[in-house]
Design a binder for this molecule. Sequence first.
Ligand SMILES: [Zn+2]
Length: 429
Amino acid sequence: MVSTESSVVADRQLVSFDAPAPAAPRCLVCGRAGLEVFLDLGSTPLANAFRLPGEVGEDPSYPLRIARCPHCQHVQLAGSVPPEKMFNEYLYVSSYSETLVAHLDSLAAAITARRHLGKNDLAVDIGSNDGTLLSAFARRGVRTTGIEPARNLATLARSRGIETECCYFDRFAARKIRQAYGPAMAVTATNSFPHIQDLDEYLRALDLLLDPRGVFVVEAHYLGDMLGQTAFDTIYHEHVSYWSLGPMKDLFERHGLTIFDVERLPIHHGQLRVWAARAGAVPVQDSVERLLAAEREAGYASHLPFDRFAERAAKIRASLGRLLSDLRSSGATIAGYGAPAKATTLVSYLGLGPETIRYVADRSPLKQGRLVPGARIPIVSPERLLADRPDYVLILAWNFVDEIVAQLDAYRRAGGRFIVPVPEARILD
Ligand SMILES: [Zn+2]
C-alpha cells in the first residue's frame, strides 16, 4: 500500500468538543474544511451511556450535527467525542440477537469459501465484540484473533475461548498481532468502521497487518438506506461516518486498496458489505461500478437529497410526537421495546421521558436495571412487559421488527399494539 505521510493527514480528525477552542471541522476522508451541516439533532446524550438509577450528575450530552463534505461527498458528524468516553465499556453484545448471530455466521462462511481459508490462515476482526463472528470462523477451522477496546466485551470473548486484544486498532496493535500470529488473510470490520475518527491511521495499520493476498471486508450502515428509511435515529456520536461507496473508494485507493465487490444487505438498517484487497490482487466485479452509478443517479453530489432527509426527520418528530401525546391523553399506556443506541437519539430528538414511555424492555441483562440516557426511562426485562401488557409498544429497535413481533406474539394475541417510528410513524395492523 502507498504511504500517505503528509501534513494534510495530520489534520484529518474531527474537532473534539473537549478541545478548548474547536477549529472548523475538517472532512475525515479528504481533510478539507467547509463541511455543510444538513441536520442538527440538538444536544444529545451519549447513546450507549446507560447509567444506573442511583448515579448522580447529568448524563453526558454533546451537540449532534450531521454534515456532508462538498468536495468528496463524505457524510459525517461535524464534531466528535473522545473514543474512550464511548468505547471502553460497551453494552451492545452481538450474540443477544439471533438475526445477527446468523448474519455473522453467513459472513464467515462467505469469506472462508471465497478466499479458500484453511487452518493456517488468520482472520482478524476489528471491533470483535463478544467474538461472535470469530467463533464462526473458528468453527470453520480458521485461526482467529479479535481486537476490541471494550474491557467487558474482551473479557466475555476470552471466556468463550476467542483470543482478544483489548485495544484500539492502530499501527502499534497491528505490529503486535502480526508478530504474534503472522499476517491476516481476512480482516473484518462489521459496524465498527463508521466509528473510526482517524481513518488514515487505521488504514496504515491495516497495511501492516494484511497479507499480500488478504481481504479486508467492511460492513457498515449504508447511507442510501439511512436516507431511504429516514433513519435519523441511526445518527449518534459513535457513528462519525455515514458511508456511501464513492468516498470509501477514494479513501481506500489512496491507501493502495481496491474495492473489488460490493453488496447491499437487509441486516440492521440496510448494510453495505465492501470487499477490498491490495490493488491488482483480485479482479473487480461489475457491482462496484453499478453502485457508483446509482449514487451519481441519487444525487449525492448535491445537497438536495440531504435537505429532503432533514425535512422528513422533522416531520416524523412532529407526527410521532403527536401520536404518542394523543394516546397518552386518551389514557393508553405506552412502553418501548429495545434499548439500542438509536433509541437514545430518537427519545432525545422527540423530548420523550418516562411520563410518555413508562419503561423500555430489552433482552440484554447488561441493560436491564439501567436507564435510557438523558430521558432516564427505566430499562426492564421483556417478561415485565409481557406481565404488564401496556396498550402500545413503541418498537425502538425497529431494524429487528419481525424478530420482536414474533417474540411478543403472546402480547399481540392478547390485544397489544405496536408502533413503528420510521420511515413514518405508524401503528402496525
Ligand atoms: Zn471530503
